[in-house]
Design a protein around this ligand. Structure first.
Ligand code: SAH
Length: 399
């Protein structure tokens, strides 16, 4: 059983919690110094000792913990987590019955009532990700709750504990059931992905881009050339090739991206020889493409929020305009730039300002055709808009 302590909310922040704000910040609490161990259950009160909400202490890049309930009588136990997981599964019932998509998010942190915890489904396997030592302290109850609600082949976990959300590679990621064999081949809208649940923090695909991949395949790829920057395993390239792209070019700095991308093409019976896979810094590639006057019909930009290479430090907040300007220069007139970011600290409005700035500085003209945020299985809370971190804009380069 986790320890419980009482805390007092600073008066000016009480209304946030009464309104359902889920994040616990130590600056919002009068007597935070009382809190010691992560995983402690904290009962939040006003200055007259009236109960406001109950949560847990766990350090993440976002805040110091999460509110779990506004009901004093609710205990944080197996029954509590079972209720949340049951509701989450019900919300995804269409995903469970879709034979064409066998990889999706089952539980999305605070969007499903428990910040700091996500659960993904990969064709019968479950992947639980713990975002703090605090939520990990509830591991037994959470796993018992999950096991009571699903039929599973096997359960894996990832620990992303430190303040930067870094992966902790201290132990085997396997939890229970069958270990399975990797790659595990899952489907997304009929397309295969090779998934590894036992090989580091990233499993081979980012599920939150599902609707964007489908849109590229179904609407933007036919007869076009596509450049996929920061391509990782080449998921956008695979969808473009299957949508009839004449050629895809995938660029990523990581050496393993070549074999990983080849594998994703191969499991979809696409001949890898017809596709370019380039291991290089994207910024060098842009220079090369400009010099050689190589132009693309579709350019995908999906950088990490921060990245350091030998020559460049890239931060989305500082450098996205520059990145867009490079992309604009190697996009055909009438072509499309798919600009994406998962940076939570600016919103769609700000992102569209970056796009406008980039085109203005180059004297270009554009039209925004479509925008995307998180897909349905990445459930977000109305009361916590920052949770909806994904922003994707399809931009037509008019001039
Ligand atoms: N767009 C991908 C996910 C990108 S993950 C997808 O949809 O699956 C971020 C990737 O950016 C990583 O694979 C990393 O190796 C790569 N990366 C980071 N900095 C880079 C740089 N300067 N040039 C090229 N690739 C870079």
């Amino acid at each position: 059983m986790n320890n419980t302590i009482d805390l007092t909310i600073k008066s000016q922040y009480i209304k946030n919690y009464l309104n359902g704000y889920p994040l616990i910040s130590k600056d919002f609490i009068v007597d935070w110094s009382k809190v010691k161990a992560e995983g402690t259950i904290v009962n939040l009160h006003d200055e007259r000792k009236k109960f406001i909400a109950k949560g847990y202490y766990g350090i993440q890049n976002k805040g110091y913990g999460w509110v779990l309930t506004s009901k004093k009588e609710v205990n944080i136990d197996v029954a509590y987590f079972t209720d949340k997981i049951k509701a989450a599964i019900k919300y995804r019932k269409d995903f469970y019955s879709d034979q064409n998509t066998t990889a999706f998010r089952v539980f999305n942190g605070e969007g499903d009532g428990v910040g700091g915890l996500t659960i993904d489904y990969f064709d019968g396997f479950y992947l639980v990700t713990w975002y703090s030592l605090g939520i990990y302290a509830f591991k037994e109850d959470i796993l018992a709750a999950l096991k009571s609600q699903v039929v599973y082949k096997g359960i894996y976990q990832k620990k992303r504990f430190d303040a930067k959300g870094q992966y902790l590679d201290d132990a085997d990621d396997f939890v229970c059931g069958s270990r399975g064999e990797f790659p595990l081949i899952v489907k997304e809208n009929g397309v295969n992905f090779a998934i590894y649940l036992d090989d580091g923090p990233m499993v081979g695909v980012f599920l939150d881009q599902r609707d964007v991949r489908k849109t590229i395949r179904d609407t933007y790829a036919k007869g076009k050339t596509l450049l996929n920057t920061f391509s990782y395993t080449g998921a956008f390239s695979v969808f473009a090739a299957l949508g009839g792209a004449t050629k895809t070019t995938s660029v990523d700095l990581a050496k393993r991206s070549r074999s990983k991308t080849q594998e994703q093409f191969t499991v979809n019976d696409i001949n890898v020889d017809g596709q370019d896979i380039i291991v290089e810094d994207v910024f060098n590639y842009f220079k090369y493409a400009v010099k050689k006057e190589i132009l693309f019909d579709v350019v995908v930009l999906d950088p990490p929020s921060f990245a350091r290479s030998k020559k460049h430090t890239f931060s989305v907040a500082k450098d996205y305009v520059k990145l867009l300007k490079e992309a604009i220069q190697i996009t055909n007139k009438g072509g499309v730039i798919v600009a994406s970011t998962n940076y939570a600290n600016f919103n769609m409005l700000k992102f569209k300002e970056f796009i406008d700035k980039a085109f203005k500085e180059l004297g270009g003209k554009y039209k925004i055709e479509q925008t995307f945020s998180l897909p349905k299985d990445f459930k977000v809370m109305d009361k916590f808009k920052e949770g909806d971190y994904l922003k994707v804009v399809f931009i037509r380069k008019v001039l």
